[in-house]
Design a protein around this ligand. Structure first.
Ligand code: NDP
Length: 451
């Protein structure tokens, strides 16, 4: 059995209750198989075995008091997966579905994504099963403070620098940073996604969505195509989705869908202008439901269905898909419908939004498919730039950061293509992203000896 097959089997046997982690390991390891022959030294040093085991996994109790004075107890996590090429770096997710399997999958993916950016960042992920929906600002603040009361001892600007993810945006980062600053008595770049007034970077909120669209534009360009006049389906309506919509509009495309966990809206006129402002205000300020968009603009709304079900059921024509909600949102059946309805390009704004079956459908139908670890790496890239600005005690302009983001996304795209070609799978961005991300980390691990 090859080393990578052996590792996949061992992971499944050792952690049988972690399906999302198995899925991520399988996807990465299978595409690393060709590296075994070129790098027998990796096999000998058991790099493949070592890279699937986190450096450490921290699980902790988070007790806090709600507005009624009742004590609530949530579970907090930080999976510090690999710091071979830099301090741990990866988001914090607050969502009721959060568990160890999901955070291990996200932390594992983050190793390769961060390596692809070319910035010195290791891989980590954290979060809690806390649900910010329906909570008051005060409750969110008390929870964030309670979460940081334990997390603070495991992070630091040279150790581990968390950022946002689902359920964690500027408000939550502000509360966590404020608490860290208070108890450590230091103002350092320990978190990214901070407000501009206290060390944040311009373009950080926009970075993941903009980056995913830049990546899609690079893929399209390989076939002499661009966004102009294209119909685009986007899922989610949070941070990544909002700025993906903005960038698609800037590049001349038309976005026709958005969703949240309750409903999908379809607006065939295009989601642009004041409609985008409405979504931002609805989701970031009022924290309402996407259904209100349909009420406000008189468009169609499908309760309980995700974007990809709606596209399949309604037979909507779509040229480009940018899933920006959550993992495993596009299954094989919906991928087939997308292909049938004319989709030529998929760029994953979310992490692992396509199931393995969906990825197979896209790739076997010659759809340009950009996996999350490449396509959504813009967010962590600008987080890396935020860390640099904090260390240098400087802040760069909007234009400077956007230009750096665009360059990084172009370089990631090229690195994926080059690696896919070097390993005999030209144009396969999954193989390219995994191999290009892996090689740098593996070589660093090898240099350290057995640690
Ligand atoms: P947000 O919390 O800002 O937004 C998430 C959006 O997805 C919300 O609209 C949410 O709906 C919706 N959603 C969540 N779960 C489901 C579901 N099961 N079905 C339908 N809709 C759902 O998160 P982000 O935009 O930050 O993150 C979205 C994705 O992008 C995640 O996969 C994340 O890991 C990934 N990502 C984020 C980065 C970042 O910089 N923020 C960086 C790289 C990747 P509701 O409003 O109902 O909760």
């Amino acid at each position: 059995m090859s080393a990578v097959k052996d590792v996949i089997a061992k992971v499944k046997q050792r952690d049988p209750n972690e399906p999302e982690f198995h899925q991520a390991v399988e996807e990465v390891m299978e595409s690393l198989e060709p590296t075994e022959a070129k790098h027998p030294e990796f096999v000998k040093a058991k790099i493949y075995d070592r890279i699937v085991e986190p450096d450490r996994t921290i699980i902790f109790r988070v007790p806090w008091v709600d507005d009624r004075g009742e004590v609530q107890v949530n579970r907090g996590f930080r999976v510090q997966f690999n710091n071979a090429i830099g301090p741990y770096k990866g988001g914090i997710r607050f969502h009721p579905s959060v568990n160890l399997s999901i955070l291990k999958f996200l932390g594992f993916e983050q190793i390769f994504k961060n390596s692809l950016t070319t910035l010195p960042m290791g891989g980590a992920k954290g979060g809690s099963d806390f649900d910010p929906k329906g909570k008051s600002d005060d409750e969110v603040m008390r929870f964030c403070h309670a979460f940081t009361r334990e997390l603070f001892r495991h992070i630091g600007p040279e150790t581990d620098v968390p950022a946002g993810d689902i359920g964690v945006g500027g408000r939550e980062i502000g509360y966590m940073f404020g608490y860290y600053k208070k108890i450590m008595n230091e103002h350092t770049g320990v978190l990214t996604g901070k407000g501009l007034e206290y060390g944040g970077s311009l373009i950080r909120p926009e970075a993941t969505g903009y980056g995913a669209v830049y990546f899609a534009a690079e893929m399209l360009a390989t076939r002499g195509l661009d966004f102009n006049g294209k119909v685009v389906a986007i899922s989610g309506s949070g941070n990544v989705a909002q700025y993906a919509v903005e960038k698609v509009n800037q590049l001349g495309g038309k976005v026709i869908t958005l969703c949240d966990s309750n409903a999908t809206i379809v607006d065939e006129e295009g989601i642009c202008g004041e409609k985008c402002d409405f979504v931002k205000e609805l989701k970031n300020v009022r924290r309402g439901r996407i259904k209100e968009y349909a009420d406000r603009f008189g468009t169609v709304c499908y309760l309980g269905n995700n974007v990809w079900d709606v596209i399949r059921e309604q037979g909507l024509k779509v040229d480009i898909a940018i899933p920006c909600a959550t993992q495993n949102e596009i299954d094989g059946k919906n991928a087939e419908a997308l292909v049938k309805n004319g989709c030529i390009c998929v760029a994953e704004g979310a992490n692992m939004p396509s199931t393995p079956e969906a990825v197979k459908v896209f790739q076997s139908n010659n759809v340009l498919f950009g996996p999350g670890k490449a396509a959504n790496a813009g967010g962590v890239s600008v987080s890396g730039l935020e860390m640099s600005q904090n260390s240098l005690k400087l802040s760069w302009s909007r234009e400077e950061v956007d230009k750096m983001l665009l360059n990084i996304m172009k370089n990631i795209h090229k690195a994926c293509l080059d690696a896919s070609e070097a390993y005999g799978k030209k144009g396969d961005y999954v193989v390219g992203a995994n191999i290009a991300g892996f090689l740098k980390v593996a070589k660093a691990m090898l240099a350290y000896g057995i640690v």
